[in-house]
Design a protein around this ligand. Structure first.
Ligand code: SF4
Length: 189
């Protein structure tokens, strides 16, 4: 399956109630051979309007942090656990995440990134079935999953910006094969 096919399926998806309130689906964007995949929670208002991931305030902050970490945005694939915006930016519900899971799985299988950055508790729960961002952040699981803060959390608390940059740097270093990996087997995908 190619990214285009996955995107086509997402575009017509009515598997969960989020299809009723979305303006546009936000499947994700980036090269099919990206070494790093960044996974957020769900599209927000600007993403819902444009169909592109991380283009709002959080996206601008993420862009800054990527530059500081020595990563080009155009080199990474960016997507979310759910591909449609939850009303009022609420957290996606468990059933919605389950309904959307096969798209994320297909993206991960196709792109096969060396590193997957799980940004925030929702992404960590979706992939590792774990929450507790302060305990998980900066750790590497199964050699390629790295947990870090969601950029929206940094917009609210700029004190943790350096932590996000440091985790993104670590993701780059792991993707470049310069660092050993952790060993916990937690992935649900
Ligand atoms: S969130 Fe995912 S499962 Fe739900 S309608 Fe959108 S694409 Fe389909």
């Amino acid at each position: 399956m190619w990214l285009e096919e996955i995107n086509r399926e997402i575009a017509s998806c009515v598997r969960c109630p989020l299809c009723q309130s979305r303006t546009r689906v936000v499947p994700g964007e980036g090269p099919e051979d990206a070494m790093i995949l960044l996974l957020g929670e769900a599209p927000g208002r600007e993403e819902d309007e444009t169909g592109r991931p991380f283009v709002g305030r959080s996206g601008r902050l993420l862009d800054e942090c990527l530059v500081a970490a020595g990563i080009k945005r155009s080199d990474v694939f960016i997507t979310n656990v759910v591909k449609c915006r939850p009303p009022d930016n609420r957290r996606p519900k468990r059933g919605e995440m389950e309904s959307c899971r096969s798209y994320l799985r297909a993206q991960l299988e196709l792109i096969d990134p060396r590193t997957v950055c799980l940004m925030g508790n929702v992404a960590a729960r979706a992939v590792l079935n774990r929450e507790g961002i302060n305990a998980l952040r900066g750790r590497v699981f199964e050699g390629r999953f790295i947990v870090t803060f969601h950029p929206a959390a940094i917009v609210r608390n700029r004190n943790r910006k350096d932590d996000l940059i440091s985790d993104l740097k670590k993701a780059r270093i792991v993707a470049e094969g310069q660092e050993g990996s952790g060993s916990e087997k937690l992935s649900q995908l």
